[in-house]
Design a protein. Structure first.
Length: 144
């Protein structure tokens, strides 16, 4: 298999997906700041390439990222502009490839871990970007 292109430099319109791992992280369109909390020193995202900007590509990505429970992750989006201009102090994403994920690993990015204030702002910005894909419990999946 040939080498994958590297990511960056990013531009304002580039967008990044964040998984929502629980149904209660989004209620009535309000995104919880917990969507942007991580146990690690960094916060992970997946850069949306041309395929992940299509409905079909997003559907496949969501199915490919299903949790062991069978639930499908919700997907929220932040743009490079959100992370670098609207968020203060900025959290610019950087490429963080994962060689263990053959299909999407080259699209992995991360930022430094956000502060509580930054997480609150990120949740607000993600709300403004709309729902990319809702969290789907295994029992409500239609693709099984």
């Amino acid at each position: 298999m040939g080498a994958r292109p590297t990511l960056g430099p990013f531009v304002d319109a580039d967008s990044f997906l964040r998984h929502v791992d629980r149904k209660n992280r989004i209620r009535r369109g309000v995104v919880s700041h917990k969507v942007f909390k991580d146990k690690h020193e960094t916060l992970s995202f997946t850069c949306q390439n041309a395929v992940l900007r299509t409905g079909k590509g997003l559907d496949q990505y969501q199915r490919d990222k299903a949790f062991e429970s069978g639930d499908l992750p919700g997907l929220r989006r932040l743009t490079f502009y959100d992370l670098t201009v609207r968020l203060q102090p900025p959290l610019p994403p950087r490429s963080d490839p994962n060689p263990d994920d053959e299909r999407y690993g080259h699209l992995y990015c991360c930022t430094n871990r956000p502060s509580d204030d930054q997480r609150e702002k990120m949740a607000h910005l993600a709300e403004g970007n709309g729902i990319v894909r809702p969290f789907v419990p295994k029992g409500k999946r239609t693709d099984l």
